[in-house]
Write a new protein. Structure first.
Length: 119
């Protein structure tokens, strides 16, 4: 189901080639694995691109979901995002996967650990 767009964020993929979703945090989204078309499809490792930012869900938060080309699933909830911000996913291998969320001036606002597991 399409949600209204409130701007864009820049998604930076520092993990593996993947499809990524930035979605409003709602009970329905938290209970499903069917997120529709990725906001960032086929993002290569090291690539950055603008992604539509949907209106936030409960409490003003978004969720991050990603599935990489090797069949790994990534998830983080409770992310505060605004138009013009950057969301960078980093790590993998022997390192934990993290999200770094920076504002439009490049100031780091949040660092979040990302759940990751092989599907």
């Amino acid at each position: 189901m399409p949600t209204p767009c409130t701007g864009t964020v820049t998604f930076c993929n520092g993990v593996r080639d993947a499809d990524a979703w930035i979605l409003p945090q709602t009970p329905e989204i938290l209970k499903t694995t069917a997120w529709g078309t990725p906001g960032a499809a086929k993002v290569r490792t090291g690539e950055s691109r603008p992604v539509p930012l949907p209106a936030p869900g409960d409490g003003g938060f978004h969720v991050f979901r990603m599935i990489d080309a090797d069949g790994f699933f990534y998830a983080a909830n409770g992310i505060a995002l605004e138009d013009g911000w950057t969301l960078a996913v980093k790590g993998g291998g022997l390192q934990p996967v993290i999200l770094e969320i920076s504002d439009g001036n490049g100031v780091l606002r949040q660092t979040r650990e990302v759940f990751s597991a092989r599907l």
